[in-house]
Design a protein around this ligand. Structure first.
Ligand code: FAD
Length: 466
C-alpha cells in the first residue's frame, strides 16, 4: 500500500487528509499526518479570539476528531530526504526517528517574518497561533486590572498602550478588534477613561490593507481615527528595547503589548531542512497541478500547497505570478491536491489549480467591517455581517461551525465575554501558597558525655539537675 506522509495539519494539511479519506478506496493508501499540534487553527478567527468574541477552543479543529482514517503523529518533521523518500520525525516526546514514505505532501505553512530590530524578538508577540491570540487578550485585560490600581503616570500609560506593527489584513483586524475590546472594558473600569487608552498601528508603506481598494482602505483609516486609534503610515519600527517602541519619525511609544504582524515567510524548518526545490522567496517550488517541481521538471512523489508553496496563479492575479498566501488558496489547493494525488496513484492525469480571487472581507470590531470584491465594496455593519457569514460557514465541519455561530449568538444576547484567565499560565499559585509542607528536620541535640565511673544514681541526679 502506498504510504502518504502529510507534513503539517493546518489548513492545507487538514483539508488534504480530510479529502483523501473521502476519495481513497479502502486499502488504496495509508495516510499519516505529522504536526506538533493536535489541531488545525482557523487563523482568520485569531483577531476575534484576541477580542473575546470567539472562544479560543472553538476556533481550532481537533485532528483526531475529524480525521478517522488518518494516522496522526504529534511531531515535527525536521528533515526531508526526498532522494531516499525518508523524513526525519522529531516527536514532542522521545527521540527523533526516520519515516519512509512513497508520497509526501508538504503543507507546513508559514511563520511570522521579523527583521533584526533590537528588542522585537524579546518584547513583541506574533499572531499566527491560537496561543498568541489568547495571550494577547489576557495581557490586555490584565493590564486594565493593573492600570486600574495605579495613579496616572508613565507606568499606567504604558499598560494602556497597544502597538501593532503591520497594516495588512491580520494587523488591521487585530488592531481594530482590540480597540473594540478596550472600549468595552472602559465601561467596566470606572478608574479608566477612553482617553487613557492608546492605540498605535505602524505601517512601513503609504497605505494599509493592499487586498482592498485605496478608497476602502481610506475608509478604514477614517473609521479607526474616529475610534481613537492612530495609524502611522510610511513609518518603520527601529527599536523595541524594554518595550519602548522607537519609530523612524523619532517618536517613542512605551507599550506593554506589541503585536508583530508585518509579514510571513514559508516555514524555514521544513524548507531548509529538506532537498525539495526552493524558489527565490524561500517557498517550495510547486507546479500548477500541485506537484513539486517546475513546468518542465516534476519531482515525483512530492506535493505542496498553502503558504509554504509557490503555486503559479493561472488566473493572472497573485504577486509575481504566484498565489498569495491565504486560506482561500490553501483550502482550494488542498482539495485539488487530494484529488490529483489519488488520480496519480490510479495512473490518471492531474488537473491544474485555477482559482480567481473571490475578494476580501474583514471584521474590524463589533458591527464594523469591510468587504471588497473587484470594484464592489461594502463598509460598516453589512460588511461585518458578510464577514461573520462567510467565516462562520467556511469553518470546517458542522460541529465547529455550530460552536462558533452559537457563541456569536450567545454574545449577541449576553454581551462580550470579559473573563481573563491569564493566571492559567501559573495554575499552581493558590495551591502552592496554602499547601501543607513537611516540617523541616530539627537539628539533633547531643547530650553531654557522662563522667567516667558514674553510677546509675549519679546519672539520675545529673539528669534532674539538667
Ligand atoms: C490573523 C490572521 C488572519 C487571517 N485571515 C485570513 C482571511 O481572512 N482570509 C484568508 O484567506 N486568509 C487569512 N489568513 C491566512 C491563512 O490563515 C493562511 O494563509 C492559511 O492558514 C495557510 O494555510 P497552511 O495550511 O498553508 O498553513 P497553516 O494553516 O499555518 O498550517 C501549517 C501547519 O503546519 C504545522 N507545522 C509547522 N511546522 C511543522 C513541522 N516542522 N512539521 C510538521 N508540521 C508543522 C503547524 O503546526 C500548522 O498546523 C489569516 C492569517 C492570520 C495569521
Amino acid at each position: 500500500m502506498p504510504r502518504i506522509l502529510i507534513v503539517g495539519g493546518g489548513y492545507a494539511g487538514f483539508y488534504t487528509a480530510w479529502k483523501l479519506e473521502k476519495h481513497l478506496r479502502k486499502g488504496e493508501a495509508d495516510v499519516t499526518i505529522v504536526d506538533p499540534l493536535p489541531y488545525m487553527t482557523y487563523q482568520p478567527f485569531l483577531p476575534e479570539v484576541a477580542a473575546g468574541s470567539i472562544e479560543a477552543r472553538h476556533s481550532v479543529v481537533a485532528l483526531r476528531r475529524h480525521l478517522d482514517k488518518t494516522s496522526i503523529v504529534a511531531a515535527k518533521v525536521t528533515g526531508i530526504n526526498h532522494a531516499n523518500k525518508v523524513a526525519t520525525i522529531t516527536p514532542i516526546a522521545g527521540e527523533p526517528y526516520e519515516m519512509e514514505y512513497d508520497q509526501i505532501v508538504v503543507t507546513a505553512g508559514a511563520v511570522s517574518r521579523t527583521f533584526p530590530i533590537p528588542g522585537i524578538a524579546d518584547n513583541a508577540i506574533g499572531l499566527k497561533t491560537i496561543e498568541e491570540a489568547v495571550a494577547i487578550r489576557d495581557r490586555l485585560m490584565s493590564n486594565f486590572d493593573k492600570a486600574s490600581t495605579l495613579p496616572p503616570g508613565p507606568e499606567r500609560d504604558r499598560l494602556l498602550t497597544v502597538v501593532v506593527v503591520g497594516g495588512g489584513f491580520a494587523g488591521i483586524e487585530v488592531f481594530a478588534e482590540l480597540r473594540s475590546l478596550a472600549s468595552s472594558l472602559v465601561e467596566r473600569y470606572p478608574q479608566i477613561t477612553f482617553e487613557d487608552t492608546h492605540f498605535h498601528l505602524v505601517e512601513a508603506m503609504g497605505r494599509i490593507m493592499p487586498e482592498v481598494s485605496l478608497k476602502t482602505s481610506e475608509w478604514v483609516l477614517r473609521n479607526l481615527a474616529k475610534r481613537g486609534a492612530a495609524v502611522h503610515l510610511d513609518t518603520q519600527v527601529t527599536g523595541a528595547v524594554d518595550g519602548n517602541i522607537e519609530l523612524s519619525t523619532g517618536e517613542t511609544i512605551p507599550s506593554d503589548l506589541i503585536i508583530w504582524t508585518a509579514g510571513v515567510m514559508a516555514n524555514p524548518t521544513v524548507v531548509r531542512g529538506g532537498d525539495l526545490p526552493v524558489e527565490e522567496r524561500g517557498r517550495i517550488r510547486t507546479r500548477a497541478d500541485l506537484r513539486v517541481g517546475t513546468e518542465d521538471e516534476i519531482v515525483e512523489g512530492a506535493w505542496a500547497a498553502g503558504d509554504v508553496s509557490a503555486v503559479p496563479d493561472l488566473s493572472g492575479g497573485g504577486v509575481g505570478g504566484y498565489c498569495v498566501p491565504n486560506a482561500q488558496h490553501a483550502v482550494r489547493q488542498a482539495k485539488l491536491l487530494a484529488k490529483n494525488l489519488v488520480a496519480v496513484l490510479r495512473g490518471e492525469v492531474p488537473k491544474e489549480y485555477f482559482h480567481k480571487n473571490l475578494g476580501a472581507v474583514a471584521g474590524l470590531g463589533l458591527w464594523v467591517g469591510v468587504f471588497q470584491s473587484g470594484k464592489f465594496a461594502l463598509t460598516g455593519p453589512l460588511a461585518w455581517l458578510a464577514h461573520r457569514g462567510y467565516h462562520g460557514l467556511a469553518m470546517p465541519s458542522w460541529e465547529r461551525k455550530w460552536r462558533v455561530i452559537w457563541g456569536w449568538w450567545n454574545n449577541f444576547w449576553l454581551g462580550r465575554d470579559l473573563v481573563n484567565l491569564e493566571t492559567v499560565q501559573n495554575p499552581r499559585y493558590v495551591f502552592e501558597e496554602f499547601a501543607a509542607r513537611p516540617r523541616p528536620p530539627q537539628p539533633a541535640v547531643t547530650p553531654p558525655a557522662e563522667p567516667r565511673g558514674a553510677t546509675k544514681a549519679d546519672a539520675a541526679k545529673a539528669d534532674a539537675a539538667r
